[in-house]
Ligand binder design. Sequence first.
Ligand code: SF4
Ligand code: SF4
Length: 154
Amino acid sequence: MSDKKLDFDFRERLNKISGGSHHNYCYQCGSCVAICPAARFNEDFNPRDILLKTLLGKKEELIGENSIIWKCTNCYSCYERCPQDVRPIEVIIALKNICREDGVLPETVDKFSETISQTGRSVVVNPTVNRRRSSLGLPELQNVPVDDIKKMLE
Ligand code: SF4
Ligand code: SF4
């Protein structure tokens, strides 16, 4: 991070997105890193460092289809652990929402959200799925009210 100038515009934008404003409370203690499973298995992933970059307004390092934020597993462990109520996972989700607004989602995430908006499910249910469910004694999956889902997404 050679450029030391703070990007307040980016921070202001983050403040306006649900969950984003809590980034202001981070005092860089690192407790979130200690509990984070993604950090344990990926040396490049570090929620404390992501929060530092938000505080510095490093948009170019956080927003993009190859951003490190996509390595978060959404486990919410950091939410429970953070002594400052930063809720790092919610800041990361806010950053992901900025990626969506800017049209820079990873291809897999883009397809995933398209499937949800079209079918109401994250995975397409085909006859094979229901046959498998039947063999396990489970009922067939019913259609999801897609119009209701679309309204919610709007
Ligand atoms: S997000 Fe919370 S736990 Fe993580 S470094 Fe900041 S203050 Fe500490
Ligand atoms: S939600 Fe993401 S950042 Fe938080 S502990 Fe889990 S993997 Fe780490």
